[in-house]
Ligand binder design. Structure first.
Ligand code: TXA
Ligand code: MG
Length: 344
């Protein structure tokens, strides 16, 4: 894989031109966005998009988000542009939110997994925007990891997951947001959040001045029928590290420690390497021999750190991750969602 290290805010135009040419030639290019690294291909070239599915080992029922550089470019991909999209794009684009809209026929079937709708977003990362402008076409890009793995928030994560499977990697440093975009379906009367992200449902409701729903996909039912899922990011085994993950409430520390103690005393093989990711629990409260790592107490900073911490645990051979749950509040909804999936 050819790695191009670029400046994260002012990427070198010669390097961006090389990556853009690879996109136009139908090759795969991994690149940074403000959320996570994407694995990009020319969205209007079905063969190129097919390479994304092959490299990720991603099932064909899973549609891909299309990235564009402007609202005009987004409108060229849809058959209808609702007023809600205008309001949200004005306030939130470029940024970490994807709109699901009725597709235009220029969008290949493979991009939407045969669905009548297409997911679109304008990313705010300067490297992603520069690449989109230089390529001069929409770029289809799921997260740049093998299917079901934790999304990459650095070039090193991409290399570990996709080395040998992708032509080029644009290294633009680590991702600010750190978890995937909010996905909101704007095709019906009531907007529906399909995947929570750092742009919260409350924020969308406030901007639109109306109620917004939440619809978690029932993966089991949908894949059993062999149909596309409304939102593949809601796939049950998604975002999971190799380590076993136990989630616990701050006040349940005692019970959790009893469970670890009995687990470790029953361990017949080498003792399980365990690590706790903590927010409020104090170090003195720990009686079991477990590594401890502090996590930030605000959702934005926590989101920025979460996947880095999961990748680090895997890289360091941690067998058991004990994760203290953040407060149950809407601003933490996206973090709760990813933690729950990581624990399955
Ligand atoms: O932040 C992000 O969204 C990152 C960066 C690279 O942009 N991309 C990402 O893509 O997370 P991926 O493929 O890992 O997740 C795809 C998500 C799904 O959860 C699904 O909700 C939504 O995109 N999606 C894409 N096309 C859709 C469609 N036609 N209908 C419904 N949901 C769609
Ligand atoms: Mg993904």
């Amino acid at each position: 894989m050819r790695v191009l290290a670029v400046h994260s805010e002012h990427p070198e135009s010669a390097l961006i031109a090389a990556a853009a040419e690879a996109i136009r030639n139908g090759e795969l290019v991994a690149f940074p966005t403000e959320t996570v690294y994407g694995l990009g291909a020319d969205a209007l070239n079905a063969d190129a998009v097919a390479r994304i599915f092959a490299a990720k080992g991603r099932p064909a029922w899973n549609p891909v988000i299309v990235h564009v550089a402007s609202v005009t470019d987004a409108q060229a991909l849809v058959s209808r542009w609702p007023d809600d999209a205008t309001v949200l794009a004005q306030a939130l684009w470029p940024g970490p939110i994807t709109f699901v809209l009725p597709r235009a026929s220029v969008v290949p079937d493979i991009v939407t997994a045969g669905l009548g709708n297409v997911g679109i977003r304008i990313p705010s990362h300067p490297v992603a925007l520069a690449l989109l402008r230089a390529a001069g076409r929409p770029i289809a890009a799921p997260s740049a990891n093998r299917f079901t793995e934790v999304s990459p928030t650095s070039a090193a994560h991409v290399l570990r997951s996709l080395e040998g499977r992708v032509a080029m990697l644009v290294d633009g440093g680590s991702c600010d947001v750190g978890i995937e975009s909010t996905v909101v379906d704007l095709t019906g009367d009531v907007p529906m959040v399909l995947r929570p992200g750092m742009i919260s449902r409350d924020r969308i409701e406030a901007l639109l001045g109306k109620e917004v729903g939440y619809r978690a996909a029932d993966e089991a039912a949908i894949t059993a029928e062999g149909r596309a899922q409304p939102s593949p990011g809601t796939s049950v085994r998604h975002y999971a590290p190799r380590a076993a993950v136990w989630l616990f409430e701050t006040e349940d520390l005692e019970n959790m420690q009893h469970s670890i103690a009995s687990l470790q005393s029953n361990a017949t093989k080498a003792p399980l390497k365990a690590r706790a990711l903590l927010i409020h629990v104090r170090d003195e409260a720990f009686t079991t021999p477990v590594e401890r790592e502090r996590m930030p107490a605000t959702p934005d900073l926590y989101g920025h750190e979460l996947y880095r911490a999961l990748h680090a645990a895997d890289a360091e051979g941690i067998g058991l991750l004990l994760i203290e749950l953040p407060p149950r509040h809407d601003v933490w909804a996206a973090i709760h969602d990813r933690l729950t999936r990581a624990s399955r």
